[in-house]
Design a protein around this ligand. Structure first.
Ligand code: NAG
Ligand code: NAG
Ligand code: NAG
Ligand code: NAG
Ligand code: NAG
Length: 473
């Protein structure tokens, strides 16, 4: 049945939209049954006015679209059975055309397979279509015309990207811009970006910093987002209390305050910023391009990454797709005497097993520090391959570990200080760092030795982001 209609009916669909006020029939949500063996059945319930139904389905990355033309209800429903198998996380786009009392109605839905169930992620409202040339006396040849949306999605290369950005239900083409921020407004768009407000010390990842939303630390200027890590003026007077401003969800007790008086605890020695799109934009598969200048200065560390939506920005041991990073230090070597300073760019995957990081990274060494200039950092995330580019040159491809990123991810940008994985003591010579990871007095020691690092910070210590763009792939 599936392709027969194409041969016999030469169905072209004419769709001219008219207002929703004329809707006399509303197409119900499609019901889908996934078979234990291969295949699935899609259906909508019968209604006395329905004369025929046309289903078009695009299963993850599979071209051509599956089509079925149904002229009769069976068992009180109009259904189409397909024999392709759907896997977990596959996306199924369904378009339904219903001829109902000689009018044509159209609707599209996007569903995602989750644990053998289908989750409806997008649904358009029913649209009525003026049907100019349904000539019912002309044998079984009827003429309909495709809507502009559908013409588009039929002509373009189908994307494997999945997005949540709210409203549109148009078919997404490969290469389509899914998300963009040029940071060219006067103010950061706070319905897109959310600042983290919490501190990172005395906790598993041991970053020596508090994230704030202060306009002195993070701001837009001349079309760029600036994040400027700022050294505290003092760290011992009073307690550190964020109160209701604190955005931590999972570890409020540890991250929203530091009590005064415990003998080795100090207030954060550095204030910086981190922001993310968890609540506004996330996607699975695609190409992300960030034009940015990375921060320079000892023990500074930039975050430009994607993190699964099942985690929060603050989640410890969260798996991460690192778009790019370079350490702030101008000079830093590991115990094997390899250069691991800001002259070496890294990108790739970090996944955690039993609180241990498995890092699958690619890198490129440069004669200059990556914080000396703006660069275009690109990551292309596909189901089976991660490709890393800097200024359009590929410096790495990763095929392992991607199975841990089987869900949509959101964008995080930030600048941190230290961090037990970022500056791992086990790969550094003993006397290099002014503090020891996981030592109760780490933050105090870092502060106490600030003359060794604060002088390396300056006008280049900011992370400056020109734009971020995400394209469907
Ligand atoms: C209709 O329903 C009956 C009883 O549930 C079932 O035996 C039959 O196979 C169904 N027919 C179709 C075409 O699904
Ligand atoms: C039937 O449709 C064809 C085009 O699809 C048209 O050329 C022909 O004139 C039509 N016949 C009648 C009787 O309307
Ligand atoms: C962002 O900048 C690009 C390149 O200058 C431009 O084409 C695009 O329209 C801008 N987007 C917005 C939302 O301002
Ligand atoms: C902020 O972003 C939202 C969502 O993309 C958009 O609708 C709104 O127009 C933006 N606001 C400004 C001031 O650009
Ligand atoms: C980075 O991208 C911009 C366009 O957004 C382009 O003008 C510039 O040449 C690119 N830089 C490099 C080094 O490729």
């Amino acid at each position: 049945m599936a392709y027969k209609f194409l041969l016999n009916f030469k169905l072209t669909l004419l769709i001219i939209l008219i207002g929703k006020e004329n809707i006399a029939y509303k197409i119900p949500s499609v019901e889908i049954e996934i078979f234990k063996e291969r295949g699935f059945k899609i259906s909508i319930p019968d209604d006395p006015g329905i004369q025929r139904i046309f289903f078009m389905m695009i299963a993850d990355e599979s071209c051509p679209a599956l089509m079925d033309y149904i002229t009769q209800a069976t068992n009180d429903s109009w259904s189409s059975t397909q024999h392709i198998s759907l896997q977990n996380n596959d996306k199924l786009q369904v378009s339904v055309l219903v001829q109902y009392n000689d009018h044509i109605y159209e609707k599209s839905e996007t569903l995602v397979v989750l644990n053998t169930r289908l989750l409806n992620v997008q649904q358009s409202s029913t649209r009525n279509i003026i049907t100019k040339n349904i000539n019912r006396n002309n044998g079984s040849e009827c003429q309909l015309y495709l809507s502009s949306d559908q013409r588009l999605s039929k002509q373009c290369k189908p994307t494997s990207s999945i997005v949540n950005s709210g409203s549109t239900s148009q078919g997404i083409c490969q290469g389509a811009l899914l998300f963009e921020d040029n940071f060219s407004e006067a103010q950061l768009n706070t319905s897109v970006w959310m600042y983290d407000i919490r501190q990172r010390m005395y906790h598993v990842e041991e970053e020596l910093v508090a994230f704030e939303d202060s306009p002195q630390i993070s701001y837009l200027r001349e079309g760029h987002l600036h994040i400027v890590p700022t050294v505290a003026s003092e760290v011992t007077e009073g307690a550190y209390q964020l109160g209701d401003r604190c955005t931590a969800i999972e570890s409020r007790q540890l991250e929203c305050s530091i009590s005064k008086g415990s003998f080795h605890k100090i207030k954060p020695p550095v204030y910086s910023a981190q922001l993310h799109t968890r609540e506004s934009f996330n996607f699975k598969y695609g190409k992300i391009v960030v034009r940015a200048k990375l921060p320079k200065g000892d023990w500074l560390f930039p975050y430009m990454m994607l993190q699964p939506v099942s985690t929060h920005a603050e989640t410890h041991y969260a798996n991460q797709l690192r778009i790019a990073y370079a350490r702030g230090n101008d000079y830093l070597r590991n115990t094997q005497n390899d250069d691991i300073s800001g002259h070496r760019l890294y990108g790739g995957i970090i996944v955690w097993h039993d609180e241990r990081a498995v890092q699958i990274l690619k890198n490129r060494l440069s004669t200059k520090h990556y914080g000396d200039d703006f660069h275009n950092y690109t990551m292309i995330w596909r189901r089976d391959k991660l490709t890393l580019l800097v200024d359009n040159d590929i410096y790495g491809e990763i095929k392992d570990g991607l199975q841990f990123f089987n869900e949509k991810c959101f964008i995080i940008f930030g600048v941190t200080v230290g961090g037990f994985l970022n500056f791992d003591d086990s790969i550094l010579m003993n006397d290099v760092k002014p503090y020891k990871n996981k030592h109760p007095r780490a933050a105090f020691s870092f502060w106490h030795n600030r003359n060794t690092w604060a002088s390396t910070w300056g006008k280049d210590s900011a992370m400056i982001i020109d734009y971020v763009r995400v394209y469907a792939d």
